[in-house]
Design a protein around this ligand. Structure first.
Ligand SMILES: CC/C=C\C/C=C\C/C=C\C/C=C\CCC(=O)SCCNC(=O)CCNC(=O)[C@H](O)C(C)(C)COP(=O)(O)OP(=O)(O)OC[C@H]1O[C@@H](n2cnc3c(N)ncnc32)[C@H](O)[C@@H]1OP(=O)(O)O
Ligand SMILES: Cc1cc2nc3c(=O)[nH]c(=O)nc-3n(C[C@H](O)[C@H](O)[C@H](O)COP(=O)(O)OP(=O)(O)OC[C@H]3O[C@@H](n4cnc5c(N)ncnc54)[C@H](O)[C@@H]3O)c2cc1C
Length: 673
């Protein structure tokens, strides 16, 4: 994808002239190699250059219904092209995955308020791929990949989203007819929230309580047809629709769904994990939580989404800060680029570092997920709880940081950041949605804390711990003494580990004390605030630990100039982290006021070094102008021209005088009240 061909703003050009490393080398790292970057650019261009998409139309001015219809139209243009490209590339599964990976951002540019088909290729397809037996795969996968059927993942209900054990939808098996009957016995049992459900898809994976031989066997997944394949009318017994306007995701078409005696054939229960014999005998899976597998995969994917949203927001904020001039620092000098105000650097530079470290974490977690899944396929489920805890913890920490960072980027753009055309509002809406979907973040942290407390007990009893929580041994080994701070990257890691372990200990002690008067469950609830804090700190430990390991490897493999930039980024991440968590650190680490002042000074030095590299790093994230879609963040930096051009496109500016003048304003002004 070519950069914008207009003349680059001279302030921005001056910045780029000072970059002292190879930006392309950074881009190659970010996307996993030069070949992948080439593919990404080709795929972006292939889709975004299509005139049928009519990307000139600013959909933000459309009505709710028009937005949805345009999003469906555009998506179909893309999906038709996807299949064409897939065939041209050779038609393998790997080709399909390559295109889909690169479509993540392209789709964001095409449908900024969400994709009305996103669940089909993600949660629906993944569930069928991972939770079906061989016959079911053979029956459903070709229809899914040919888009002969379109589906979603319908789990959440009006009354229950978090506590899925208490979902109320029922699927009652009758061995005589070899059918399940699906019912929504109450209003609260209506499915509520599933993306694409309202008016787009005709099938869904429905999570329902299985009843057979008079007993409830817990929630199980079923493939259910919802709409007629010709007319798209809801099938008998199906009550379905859109849930209405939301904070964001306006074109995702989140829906509601109720069942009244809907018949589903025996073969439609997904049977890889739990099994139901035709006579109605239920066979338990090796681990009941295997049915939660799709959520785990998506939580892992969400780390890279968070990294990319931060990368996009910081690109906009930094480019703008390099061309916007405001408020002389010395009264008699010209107004500086706002980036010269150190508080502005403090707003943006740590965000850039987070995008890089989160990307390292996403790569690490993807590999870990693959290896634990492979173990699972051979029947070894021992590491499932570890993966569950880690994916919950990082999903929460990364999306919380993501939403915070994107909002800081918006604030760093002053008033103009509040314009839709600045491009930060959809990023923020997507970030904040991610804090809730796929597990509300507090709940995710509590799941991770459960693992921490178990590990803490294990450590106290001299048991063995998984690699990521071995630092709990160090805490126990210190026997109440505080960790002594040393100002190195590993020293910072040890300080955050000590804080995480210390907070875990406080939560553990809280539970132990309360257990004397309460049940373990009540005691755990009373320790909830400490537990979430412990889990959050554990998430930062993981990020810093993986960041250190991965960046050390990267430095060994890139040019010395880029290596220095990575070193700078890692230190920025670490020092920003410890300064933000200083309250927790002081509680558990022997750190002096002088040490803290040194860290603050170190941050200023890191900013100074990063000042010249920052633009190279954000350019290296390689968001083309149609993808960044921002008046403030375009490659050329011509923000004022972009802003006035965007304003001129406002529907209100298409005529000199709006009809409300004659209808209301003039009569009002002439009425003398
Ligand atoms: C640029 C791109 C931008 C954007 C991205 C694009 C698109 C996104 C678009 C749309 C959004 C898409 C999808 C959103 C989809 C959804 O939201 S689907 C609905 C998701 N719902 C949830 O996440 C519900 C959250 N709740 C849960 O996961 C569970 O209820 C729970 C884990 C919180 C608790 O489960 P319970 O069964 O009640 O368990 P428990 O009794 O509390 O016991 C906990 C024990 O179980 C172990 N465990 C739980 N889960 C797992 C697991 N998956 N694997 C292994 N083990 C698990 C846990 O370890 C505990 O073990 P103990 O030994 O401690 O008992
Ligand atoms: C944009 C978006 C897209 C979505 N897409 C889908 C989809 O495609 N398919 C689907 O099935 N669902 C979907 N969902 C639903 C989503 O997964 C749930 O909303 C989410 O899991 C939270 O559940 P809830 O709404 O029941 O929140 P609740 O659980 O009611 O949470 C409300 C509050 O209670 C607190 N709370 C709840 N339980 C506990 C606890 N055990 N301990 C401490 N605090 C607790 C929470 O922290 C929160 O503050 C989507 C949601 C959104 C916002």
């Amino acid at each position: 994808m070519s950069k914008n061909l207009s003349i680059v703003n001279k302030d921005l050009k001056e910045e780029r002239d000072k970059i002292n490393f190879n930006v392309e080398e950074f881009t190659n790292w970010f996307y996993g190699g030069a070949e992948k970057v080439k593919e990404k650019k080709y795929i972006e261009n292939y889709f975004l250059s299509d005139k049928d998409l009519n990307l000139e139309l600013d959909t933000s001015y459309l009505s709710y219904k028009d937005k949805y219809e345009e999003a469906v139209r555009r998506s179909i243009v893309v999906y038709k092209k996807l299949y064409k490209l897939h065939n041209e590339m050779g038609g393998t599964h790997e080709d399909f995955v390559k295109i889909m990976e690169n479509l993540r951002f392209t789709m964001g540019a095409i449908n900024p308020e969400g994709n009305p088909f996103v669940l089909h290729f993600s949660m629906f397809a993944l569930t069928i791929m991972n939770m079906t037996n061989d016959e079911q795969k053979a029956e459903w996968l070709p229809r899914i990949f040919n888009c002969n059927i379109l589906g979603t993942y319908a789990q959440t209900e009006l009354g229950h989203g978090t506590y899925i054990q208490r979902l109320e939808t029922t699927a009652t098996y009758d061995p005589k007819t070899k059918e399940f009957t699906l019912n929504s016995p109450t209003l609260t049992s209506y499915k509520w929230w599933p993306g694409n459900l309202g008016h787009t898809v005709d099938h869904a994976i429905v999570m329902a309580q299985l009843y057979s031989q008079g007993k409830c066997h817990g929630i199980q997944p079923f493939i259910v047809q919802l709409r007629d394949s010709e007319t798209h009318k809801p099938l008998p017994g199906i009550d379905i629709g859109d849930i209405g306007n939301k904070v964001g995701f306006q074109t995702v078409n989140n829906g509601f769904l109720g069942f009244k005696n809907v018949k589903v054939p025996y073969k439609n229960m997904l049977m890889k994990n739990s099994k139901l014999l035709e006579d109605g005998t239920f066979i338990k899976p090796k681990n009941a939580k295997l049915n939660y597998g799709t959520m785990v995969i998506i939580r892992v994917h969400m780390i890279i989404d968070a990294a990319c949203r931060i990368a996009k927001a910081t690109t906009i904020a930094l480019r703008y800060s390099l061309v916007r001039r405001q408020s002389p620092i010395n009264p008699n000098e010209i107004e500086p680029k706002i980036i010269e105000h150190i508080t502005q650097q403090n707003k943006i530079f740590p965000g850039i570092a987070k995008a890089v470290v989160f990307k390292c974490m996403a790569d690490y977690l993807t590999k870990l997920h693959l290896s634990i899944t492979q173990e699972g396929n051979t029947g070894n489920l021992a590491r499932m709880p570890e993966l569950h805890a880690l994916s919950c913890c990082l999903k929460a920490v990364c999306t919380n940081e993501d939403a915070k960072t994107v909002e800081v980027c918006r604030l760093s753009c002053g008033g103009h950041g509040f314009l839709r055309s600045a491009g930060l509002d959809d990023v923020y809406r997507n970030s904040t949605a991610a804090q809730t979907y796929e597990g509300e973040n507090t709940v995710m942290l509590l799941q991770a804390a459960r693992f921490l407390i178990k590990s803490f007990n294990e450590a106290r009893n001299g048991g063995s711990l998984t690699e990521g929580v071995k630092y709990l041994f160090d805490f126990i080994g210190r026997n109440g003494k505080r960790e002594i701070f040393d100002n190195s990257i590993n020293g910072i890691l040890r300080a955050i580990q000590a804080a995480a372990a210390g907070r875990t200990y406080i939560a553990w002690k809280h539970i132990e004390d309360d257990k004397r008067h309460n049940s373990i469950e009540v005691a755990t609830n009373l320790a909830g605030v400490h537990l979430t804090k412990a889990a959050e700190l554990h998430g930062y430990v993981c990020l810093l630990q993986v960041g250190i390991e991965e960046i050390e490897k990267i430095i060994r493999n890139v040019s010395p100039a880029l290596g220095l930039v990575f070193k700078n980024i890692l230190e920025l991440f670490a020092v920003d982290l410890i300064l933000n968590k200083i309250g927790d650190v002081i509680q558990h680490v022997d750190i002096s006021n002088e040490d803290i002042e040194k860290l603050e000074k170190q941050m200023e030095t890191l900013f100074k070094f990063f000042r010249t590299s920052a633009i190279g790093v954000v350019d290296g994230f390689d968001f083309s102008d149609p993808i960044i879609d921002s008046t403030l963040g375009s490659y050329d930096g011509n923000v004022y021209e972009n802003l006035i051009n965007a304003a001129r496109k406002s529907p209100l500016n298409q005529e000199d005088v709006n009809r409300t003048f004659h209808l209301y304003i003039k009569p009002f002004m002439k009425s003398n009240l």
